[in-house]
Design a protein around this ligand. Structure first.
Ligand code: PEP
Ligand code: MG
Length: 909
């Protein structure tokens, strides 16, 4: 086998309008590296550089630091020479120095998760060269102190490890500010910055025992290997696990010439989007800062200005800033540097057309010259995702198939959830206004620290600003609120990616972490107080606000119609009540794939009759109790059939263990004994009798119907009578009666006989008839193995992948949570198999069951009704097995419809 050392290319160069790689090479060059190459090749001015491949990262994890440096030395030296010749400066030269950046870049964007080092190549001599070259002493020393700070943190391990840990560099700076009586970094003098450099280096020596490396090459290797190491850092591992990215992907390393946005008032830096990432509106937008480095824009310390005049005016409106003040203090780039703005506008247009998707770009202006540092498909909210795809389609930039494939099915979820009730909003007490960073509605209790986001059921994580360390807490919180930061701050970008409601830059909030208080206009709010965030307007509201269902029209409806045009597998819903059934239809379900009838027995007025049935000693006693239940069930079924208006409804016979129905508290046991005129001891005995060691594997499913056939009779009668009653009203009902937990052919046949006999009896009584099916769930592995024999009798199969997963893995559904998170953390499992269908194992059974069933009955109708029926990758798998339909909870129906269309499009490719 070829080894990396012998054959594979390890380094790819780009710059000067040419490149070795291209955007198709994301797996090898990482998203950032591939895009830099592509941009350079299409004539976008990117600073020259090179990318070390992700394969080298994987090799690094095996071979270690020394071996990798040896392996790369020749290529890296050659590539640095290339940058030197394009930029006309030398790495490590004290007269005309080239400074470089070293950044991570995995195949997918992982914002803030891995490490970056800027200004690399500076030392005590080179800094003088930078002073001479830029004629800007302050800038040169500021770059040097930033470099030591970043390098110290990233490469030398001096970053604080927890919120109680102190950042030694920040501490030194705070000390100096105090001594000098100043507040801002920008107030440091050149002398201050020089002092900081020496104090920082002292701190490094003290903490690490070594001098700060002065040799630029030593610095470079340190940074490259630190970026490789950051792939296995805690933040990156958490992010990877959360998103299901495998550890063996690795990260690429991008080494690139530095360009500076902080070389005075002719320089600047910014972030821009070709369309609005929050709403999807087709307007060029973004933020920039004059005389700043890229990190200043996202750090949220200074308030960034808008790129376009329109954006700037909208922003000023929200912030209640007068036009004259806006123009004087916050002019847009369009107004301040019109020719640079025009150039940037051309590039954004070129890049969006080239990538045929909304772009998120970073740029720097160095003394009047525009450089594009990065472009990528922009993260966006669910609403923006739908609007952009439909708009790009209408603009003929993409095809229908591409529009459908551009949508992330799970992100549709954001559009399907409630928003604030406009009537409740009218009465809301808006206490402050921030930037509408990520839309949606969130109501929750205030917490101030990310690790406390679990403290209440619904929390609003309230921070001065957020950082990548807060990610886990942001994920758990219902909404995110920050006092600082713009629309591209960490909080805003991450929240949009998560589809989480966020308000950023609410400057009126005074947050005191020590006291855990939030003060607005003199009023103090404490941890645990309720607030509501309107992520679409930026309003921060006191207390709870009621919500209403979203409106599913416009682009969303267009998208769904398009999805149905391409989908060849139907989507049904799991619904137990007429209300749920109506919701499912509203979301476009083509029928009900699972009605769990036991949910109908749990209602308070029914459970008594149910208990009497279970406690009855004789068949007669049981039948008597069932007679009471019959009309209740019948009316439930009528409601569902009526809602479905002729679409099929799969009704599953009683499934859960009987002990779930009996009372376990003494008071209720006494009540029941009185009601039934039996002794308390008799009730207690029966309860004890029904107790099981393994209820999940116990007396449930068809085992109930086979031991108490009266239950099956009653349920069948209720279904058939309901359907006949509707027929009288001119409404067609299509019941599909489903037997649960079948493991042997006889288990099914016994039940089928009862069902068919009961149905015949009802038809006779009513002298009327309807069509119905009798099928089975396939959820016990043995049923898969005997699927050909079961299909002799069953009209349809529906895979119950919840139980099938439980029984295939041997993980109890009730207890798996105890070890699941650890299994996921350790990578023993890649995903929770109860959420994402295990295609390798359980999937084989699904495939085999379908094939065996259809070997007997080629037209056998097959579906799935486990939770996986609404999970996109599982839906795609179901499509590949040739299923007729998937069934999922009502809110997931649109997701499944889209996933079904995507599966069909991919399969046809
Ligand atoms: C299943 O097992 O997948 C199923 C749908 O049934 P339940 O979840 O009710 O056991
Ligand atoms: Mg089941």
């Amino acid at each position: 086998m070829e080894t990396l050392q012998e054959v594979k290319r390890k380094v790819y160069q780009f710059g000067n309008k040419s490149a070795d790689g291209n955007s198709k090479m994301k797996n090898l060059l990482g998203g950032k590296g591939a895009n830099l190459a592509e941009m350079s090749a299409i004539g976008i001015p990117v600073p020259p550089g090179f990318t070390i491949t992700t394969e080298v990262c994987t090799e690094y994890n095996k071979l270690g630091k020394e071996a990798i440096i040896e392996l790369l030395t020749e290529d890296v030296e050659k590539s640095i020479n290339n940058i030197e010749s394009i930029m006309g400066s030398q790495f490590g030269d004290s007269e005309n120095p080239l400074l470089i950046s070293v950044r991570s870049g995995a195949r997918v964007s992982m914002p803030g998760m891995m490490d970056t080092v800027l200004n690399l190549g500076l030392n005590d001599e080179v800094v003088h060269g930078l002073v001479a070259k830029t004629n800007n002493e302050r800038f040169a020393w500021d770059s040097y102190r930033r470099f030591i700070q970043m390098y110290g943190g990233v490469v030398l391990g001096m970053k604080p490890k927890s919120k109680d840990d102190i950042d030694p560099f920040e501490e030194i700076m705070e000390h100096l500010k105090e001594k000098r009586g100043i507040e801002l970094d920008t107030e440091f003098t050149v002398q201050d910055l020089q002092d900081l450099v020496y104090d920082f280096k002292d701190a490094v020596k003290k903490r690490t025992g070594h001098d700060f490396p002065a040799d630029p090459w030593e610095q470079l290797w340190g940074a490259i290997t630190a970026v490789f190491d950051s792939w296995n850092g805690n933040r990156a591992i958490y992010y990877r696990t959360m998103n299901g990215y495998p550890a063996d992907w690795g990260t690429a390393v991008n080494v690139q010439a530095m360009v500076y946005g902080n070389m005075g008032d002719g320089s600047g830096t910014g972030v821009c989007f070709t369309r609005d990432a929050a709403t999807g509106e087709n307007v060029f937008n973004g933020e920039y800062l004059i005389n700043a480095q890229g990190e200043d824009v996202v750090a949220g310390v200074r308030t960034p200005q808008q790129i376009t005049k329109l954006g700037s005016q909208r922003w000023a409106d929200l912030a209640q800033i007068e036009e004259a003040e806006r123009v004087a203090n916050y002019p847009s780039l369009e107004e301040l540097m019109p020719s640079i703005y025009e150039e940037l506008k051309i590039y954004q247009d070129t890049l969006e057309k080239h990538y045929r998707d909304m772009q998120d770009m970073e740029f720097t202006i160095q003394e009047g010259k525009l450089w594009i540092l990065q472009t990528r498909n922009g993260k966006r909210t669910g609403a923006a995702m739908v609007k952009i795809a439909i708009d790009l389609l209408k603009e003929r930039l993409i095809t229908e198939e591409e529009a459908l494939l551009q949508i992330e099915p799970n992100k549709l979820d954001e559009l399907l959830h409630p928003v604030f009730d406009p009537r409740a909003l009218k009465m809301a007490n808006v206490i402050a206004q921030g930037l509408p960073a990520s839309p949606g509605a969130a109501t929750g209790q205030i917490v101030f620290f990310a690790d406390e986001a679990k403290m209440y059921k619904n929390t609003i994580l309230t921070r001065i600003e957020t950082s990548p360390e807060d990610l886990e807490g942001m994920n758990l919180a219902k909404g995110i609120l920050t006092a600082r930061g713009g629309m591209t701050s960490h909080a805003a970008v991450v929240a949009r990616g998560m589809g989480k409601c966020c308000i950023s830059g609410a400057g009126a909030l005074k947050i005191d972490y020590k006291k855990r208080t939030l003060t607005v206009d003199g009023k103090e709010y404490h941890q645990g107080d309720w607030v509501s965030l309107n992520g679409s307007t930026g309003n921060i509201i006191e207390g709870k606000v009621a919500t209403v269902e979203p409106i599913l029209s416009g682009e969303f409806a267009e998208l769904m119609t398009l999805a149905d045009k391409y989908a060849d597998m139907e989507v049904r819903a799991n619904a137990d009540t007429p209300k749920e059934a109506r919701a499912a239809l509203n979301f476009g379900a083509k029928g009900i794939g699972l009605t769990r009838t036991e949910h109908m027995f749990f209602e308070i007025d029914r459970i008594r009759a149910m208990r009497e049935m279970i406690l009855a000693d004789t068949v007669k006693g049981r039948k008597h109790a069932l007679e009471e239940l019959l009309p209740m069930q019948r009316s439930d079924f009528e409601g569902i059939f009526e809602a479905l208006q002729g679409l099929p409804v799969t009704i599953r016979l009683l499934d859960p263990p009987l002990h779930e129905f009996v009372p376990h508290q003494l008071a209720t046991q006494k009540e029941l004994a009185e009601d039934m005129h039996i002794s308390l001891a008799a009730v207690k005995n029966k309860v004890a009798e029904l107790e099981e060691f393994n209820p999940m594997l116990g007396h449930r499913g068809c085992r109930l119907g086979n031991t108490y056939p009266e239950i099956t009779e009653m349920q069948t009668r209720a279904i058939i009578e309901a359907a006949l009653n509707l027929k009288e009203k001119g409404i067609v009902a299509k019941p599909e009666i489903m037997v649960p937990l079948v493991g042997t052919v006889n288990e099914f046949v016994e039940q089928e006989n009862i069902i068919r006999k009961t149905a015949e009896k009802v038809f006779e009584e009513r002298s009327e008839h309807i069509d119905y099916l009798v099928g089975t769930m396939i959820e016990v592995p043995r049923a898969v193995l005997l699927a050909d024999a079961i299909a002799e009798y069953a009209d349809f199969f529906s895979f119950g992948t919840n139980d099938l997963t439980q029984m295939t893995y041997g993980y109890s559904r009730d207890d798996a949570s105890k070890f699941m998170s650890i299994y996921l953390e350790k990578g023993i499992l890649k995903a929770d198999p109860f959420e994402v269908l295990d295609q390798d194992g359980v999937g084989q059974l699904v495939k085999m069951g379908t094939e065996r069933g259809r070997s007997t009955k080629p037209d056998l109708k097959v579906g799935i009704c486990g939770e996986h029926g609404g999970e996109p990758s599982s839906v795609e798998f179901c499509h590949s097995t040739g299923m007729n339909y998937v069934s999922c909870s009502p809110f997931r129906v649109p997701i499944a419809r889209l996933a079904s269309a995507q599966a069909a499009i991919r399969a046809a490719k």
